[in-house]
Design a protein around this ligand. Structure first.
Ligand code: ACO
Length: 427
């Protein structure tokens, strides 16, 4: 028998359906709430509100479970590669070899970016943050690809997916090349996607580029871990922008802006800046832990805590191991790493952090790996965006395919009641 929830307002009872998800997640369906009662719900930060039904990603913050399309993140990080996972997220099933080869080849058809995009890039000061530039360039892609995709046409949708995957990677790396004053690189269609990322970033015309396979493998894993995370801030942004039927590039551009913030994807950069600050101030980890606990001090330990993981972040467990492997393989000896390890230990043993279930999140470790790989700190969040791209595309596609209505929350108005206008000389 289907469950219902009863709500009583002013002595009158209303019944609402209760929806149960595949993993027994329970939700009260309040779609008819306002119509029936005149009331709305208030839930700042949407901590208790589901914005959609989704078949893409399941996560259980209490148990530390993350699955893409039913497959555990542990299995995917261990056995699949990034493009396989991208295909899985976007199209719903793991590709067979022929589908995977075709996907990779079709992405390659779209890896050339219109040369006129270069003049847009040159319009930015070199000091501009790469995330701001990336968001603008992604939006600018709309100007060069003005035809909006017909989501009901499978072929058009597939092409739009490949185009976005191809061009986004290139422009993402261009933000770095421009900042460094290096000539812009082109995708090499004889090489893999993640390998291309490294080349696009680091190959310079004056000397041969030596690729370190361990770095490529670790990066591939990092991209997989970041590929989707259900209705987080940037993904919800992509869905809500797309819900107005704005195009895919415009929606992804908004997602990049949302990801930029230090409470979201910007945290990996913030982690490194925090470790640098601790190091520059004598490496006193305990002092910073005290600061983080002090309610009068706005300082927070960056890379600790998570909105949904209140036990542990399963991605952090995988990435911690990857970090150890990469740092061992590269023989990195980094004082910031020692500080990170001390911080992790102190915080994990401290009652304040224990009682609030504050554990290192994925960003705590990803920043450390990126630094060891020689990736500059301002590019950390761009790497997160490259990893998250398949998730954004998958969620946008699902939202449009399900014909979801335009996202338009309500509010409780707490401003002044109606008042009469006063002429300027009477104010
Ligand atoms: N350092 C110190 N105290 C913290 C931290 C932290 N990093 N995170 C949370 N707290 C404390 C809060 O002060 C609060 O304490 P109180 O109950 O005494 O008031 C309690 O823990 C709960 O914190 P909230 O802010 O209510 O938790 P919320 O779920 O809203 O926030 C967030 C989650 C934003 C991630 C937060 O933990 C944070 O700011 N962390 C640092 C930034 C960070 O690492 N972000 C990356 C997130 S992961 C990602 O985007 C991939």
């Amino acid at each position: 028998m289907s469950k219902t929830a009863i709500l009583e307002i002013d002595g009158k009872k209303y019944e609402f359906p209760v929806i149960v998800g595949t993993e027994n997640e329970v939700a009260i369906d309040i779609e008819k709430l306002r119509g029936a009662t005149g009331a709305i719900t208030l839930d700042p930060g949407y901590k208790n509100s589901g914005s959609c039904k989704s078949e893409i990603t399941f996560l259980d913050g209490e148990e530390g479970i993350l699955r893409y399309r039913g497959y555990s993140i542990e299995d995917l990080a261990d056995k699949a590669d990034f493009l396989e996972v991208a295909y899985l997220l976007i199209f719903g099933e793991l590709p067979n070899q022929a589908q995977l080869d075709k996907f990779e080849n079709d992405i390659r058809k779209h890896t050339l970016v219109n040369e006129e995009m270069k003049s847009i890039l040159e319009g930015f000061p070199k000091t501009a943050h790469p995330m701001g530039v990336l968001s603008s360039l992604t939006s600018a892609l709309t100007a060069f690809n003005p035809k909006s995709v017909n989501v009901e046409n499978e072929k058009e949708m597939y092409d739009a997916v490949c185009k976005t995957m191809g061009k986004f990677l290139v422009i993402a790396t261009w933000t770095y090349r421009r900042r460094m004053g290096f000539p812009l690189n082109y995708y090499d269609n004889t090489k893999g996607y993640v390998e291309n990322f490294m080349r696009l970033m680091f190959e310079i015309p004056t000397q041969p580029y030596k690729m370190d396979q361990k770095i490529v493998d670790a990066l591939d894993k990092l991209f997989i871990l970041h590929a989707d995370h259900e209705q987080n801030c940037s993904t919800s942004t992509v869905r809500i922008v797309g819900s107005s039927h704005a195009g895919l590039f415009a929606s992804i551009s908004a997602g990049v802006s949302a990801l930029w913030g230090p409470l979201h994807g910007g945290a990996n950069q913030a982690v490194l800046e925090m470790l640098e600050e601790i190091n520059n101030n004598g490496g006193d980890v305990a002092k910073y832990v005290l600061k983080a606990k002090d309610k009068d001090d706005p300082f927070r330990l960056m890379g600790f805590g998570h909105r949904v993981y209140k036990n542990f972040d399963p991605r952090a467990t995988i990435i911690k191991k990857a970090a150890d492997d990469v740092l061992d393989a590269l023989g990195v000896d980094d004082p910031l790493l020692d500080i990170a390890k001390q911080l992790e230990k102190v915080a994990l043993e401290d009652e304040y952090f224990k009682s609030r279930n504050l554990y290192p999140n994925v960003d705590f470790y990803s920043g450390i790996i990126y630094r060891a790989m020689g990736i500059p700190v301002e590019m950390f969040t761009v790497l997160f965006a490259i990893g998250r791209l398949p998730g954004w595309i998958a969620q946008w596609k699902e939202m449009r395919t399900n014909k979801e209505p335009i996202g338009r929350p309500r509010q409780v108005y707490t401003g002044s009641p109606s008042r009469s206008f006063k002429e300027v000389n009477q104010r």
